[in-house]
Design a protein around this ligand. Structure first.
Ligand code: GLA
Length: 683
């Protein structure tokens, strides 16, 4: 399937020469072409959604088999996968047989694609287990760069075992070699904040009457800044120097407060609506979580340092607020670090932190002293995912303990709950996987409702985050069990190549997104992150600069919780520019709480549009493709009926008034993020 194209005289001559050789029955080998097998190339450049590339066998290390046909050679990979091969004009032909491996034996569907110098030259169409192998046979004379792709065909990557069987190049010149994903310059798009004050953060804030109240006014600008407020309920005090509001949440009701920040360069004001009622997290929670940076290496000192840096880096000045410890702060029955092993609970049944956490209350106090909030983690099962103490059969005491210690956020992670879910004792055989069915909905909701009810009884506002990977359509019942946000899928740590797919899946649940109820597609992993597979030390994340802009844009448009989960000590200017653009964050924190709606333009490009409280729209144009792509946003797709002011949010630049469509060339895996504010047409 080579695209028809006029041939240059030189190419035409080569073709004739080639045909002559064929007619003479010599074929490539006879013409001096050398066979270079795909499996002999450096496969460390192959990026794939699961597992490691396999040489001459399928992803599960079984013989390469497609619809009963066994192949001796080839590469076994897993969607989604990309492999860039530099040809530099030396390759005559690429041939292969592609298909889903028989051992996948599941519902997975994939599409194999080949692009030569940016043009699609092969597309397998949707294939699944049992689809007979499809032959790839491509004339690549003169081509410089080849891209071998396996896409997930839109249904996720489960069972997507993809084989490039019998894959080989016929080479007459420079040998093909694999190359890493193309690199890009890390261009900082977000202008530095000026010296005058700018108040950021949510415009609406929920609390429960009478509970402790803590809110640090997120404000950029040169310090010292003097803060004041009009209309602040009497039960609250504002520290004029730090901008921290503390005290007791007022009586049930709505309070419109005018915040003011002044320094020698100017004054800023902003309205904050404090709503004392039943609902917390009226805008998506924002903060930092230790997991993807530090795994089971986390200590009290690292948590304190993260809180310090949240302030010193300016993150808190744009709205990051929670400093959350994840798994591994408690004791474990067994672990390779003896300082994390010991009795799980004291004689009264109270959880015992491990030796790296001398005092959980003092840690929360420290975080609060900065005007920030503290988050904690546990599982409803007997043990957490990493094998540390869980809450099973101690739920009431644990909820009280977390409140006594002063925690403001709980992540409740299913993990070993499977072992007890059906009434079995811990340690009994694994119950069947939920996906295999057989469980009542109540089995999924029960542990979460139990803890949700207990948290509501505490004299403290505790934001409740469900982590159970989207089982049993959690978005349909998360709010009813008292949760404020819920993970909609598995760990993104394992799927960083799939941020677009994960986001598109998450956005399918947009109907359930509203103030106090958020779909959570997992954390932001940019800057330096730990190696998700090996639990290794932090290293620069694999995402390109454009992928990072897309990541934050997607999360902003979906009203997803924004938790940075990289190494705070390694934040650089580029990472901070991606994390801390207040205009992008404002889209995320908009009081309407809407998750954007997706309009797919084609295989590569799509649009995500979100209504904002002031009548404007936020719109992202995204390119999932491997090459730059043109895209256009027609005004009706954005819900616009007339001219609108167009603002580029990453660059914080006005682009004038337009009646649409807005056209852009989107870089590979990149985005243009806009705010469109309707204007009255001039009469
Ligand atoms: C699960 C969760 C992660 C993290 C780990 C901790 O995998 O999904 O977010 O909390 O457990 O062990």
């Amino acid at each position: 399937m080579i695209e028809p194209k006029a041939q240059s005289p030189l190419r035409a001559r080569t073709t004739i020469h080639f045909l002559t050789l064929l007619i003479l029955g010599l074929g490539f080998q006879g013409s001096g072409a050398e066979t270079v097998w795909l499996d002999s190339l450096d496969l460390s450049n192959l990026r794939q959604g699961w597992g490691r590339p396999q040489v001459n066998r399928a992803i599960r290390e079984t013989p390469l088999t497609i619809a009963g046909k066994v192949f001796a050679r080839g590469v076994g990979t897993h969607a989604t996968s990309t492999l860039w091969v530099q040809l530099d004009g030396g390759t005559e032909r690429f041939t292969a047989n592609v298909g889903v491996d028989d051992a996948a034996a599941g519902p997975g569907t994939v599409i194999f694609r080949v692009l030569a110098d940016g043009r699609r030259v092969f597309d397998s169409g949707v294939m699944k287990t049992g689809t007979p192998p499809k032959a790839v046979n491509l004339d690549l004379r003169g081509r410089k760069l080849l891209l071998l792709q396996v896409l997930d065909a839109g249904d996720g990557i489960a069972f997507d075992h993809a084989n490039w069987a019998d894959a080989r190049f016929e080479v007459t010149g420079v040998k093909p070699k694999t190359v890493p994903v193309p690199t890009e310059e890390a261009v900082i798009l977000t202008p530095r904040p000026g010296p005058a004050p700018r108040i950021n953060g949510p415009k609406v804030y929920g609390c429960r009457p009478g509970n402790p109240f803590l809110y640090r006014i997120p404000t950029q600008g040169e310090r010292p800044i003097t803060f004041s407020a009009k209309g602040l309920p009497k039960s609250l005090n504002l520290d004029a120097e730090t901008g921290i509001i503390a005290g007791q949440a007022p009586l049930r009701g709505e309070y419109e407060v005018t915040l003011r920040a002044k320094n020698r360069h100017g004054t800023a004001t902003r309205t904050l609506r404090i709503i004392a009622g039943d609902t917390l997290a009226l805008t998506p929670p924002m903060g930092w979580n230790h997991w993807y940076a530090h795994y089971d290496r986390i200590t009290d000192a690292m948590m304190r340092e993260a809180a310090d840096i949240m302030i010193s880096s300016g993150m808190a000045d744009v709205g990051y607020q929670y400093v959350n410890v994840d798994d591994c702060w408690m004791m474990a029955p067994k672990h390779n670090d003896p300082l994390r092993v010991g009795r799980l609970r004291d004689a009264q049944g109270v959880l015992l932190p491990n030796k790296y956490f001398p005092d959980m209350k003092l840690l929360a106090d420290y975080i609060h002293s900065k005007g920030l909030k503290a988050g904690i983690y546990i599982s409803p099962g007997p043990l957490t995912c990493a094998g540390f103490a869980g809450s099973w059969q101690h739920e009431a005491l644990d909820a009280k303990t977390f409140a006594d210690w002063g925690y403001d956020f709980l992540k409740y992670d299913w993990c070993s709950y499977s072992r007890v879910a059906d009434g079995r004792e811990p340690g009994a055989d694994q119950v069947p996987n939920w996906a295999q069915g057989g469980r009542r909905l109540e089995v999924y909701t029960h542990p979460y409702k139990l803890m949700g009810d207990l948290l509501k009884q505490q004299p403290r506002d505790i934001v409740y985050n469900l982590c159970q990977y989207g089982m049993a359509n959690v978005w349909e019942w998360g709010e009813a069990v008292g949760a404020h946000c819920w993970r909609t899928a598995g760990d993104l740590g394992f799927e960083l190549d799939r941020i677009f797919e994960v986001a598109l899946k998450n956005a399918e649940h947009r109907a359930w997104s509203r103030p106090g109820a958020w779909n959570d597609p997992d954390y932001i992993q940019i800057g330096w992150i730990g190696n998700a597979r090996g639990g290794g030390l932090p290293q620069p994340c694999p995402l390109t600069p454009n992928e990072q802009y897309s990541y934050l844009s997607l999360w902003a448009l979906m009203a997803a919780p924004i938790f940075y989960s990289g190494d705070m000590t390694k934040l650089d200017d580029f990472t901070l520019n991606v994390l801390c653009n207040p205009e992008v964050i404002e889209v995320n924190q908009d009081p309407l709480g809407q998750c954007g709606a997706v309009s797919v333009l084609n295989d590569e490009t799509f649009i995500l549009v979100k209504d904002l409280e002031d009548g404007s729209k936020a719109a992202g144009l995204f390119n999932r493709g491997e090459f730059p792509a043109e895209a256009a946003l027609p005004w009706p797709v954005a819900g616009l009926t007339g001219p609108a002011k167009v603002r580029d949010l990453w660059r914080q630049q006005d682009l004038g008034v337009s009646s649409g469509p807005y056209r852009a060339t989107l870089p590979r895996h990149g985005v243009v993020l806009l705010r469109l504010t309707p204007v009255r047409a001039a009469k």
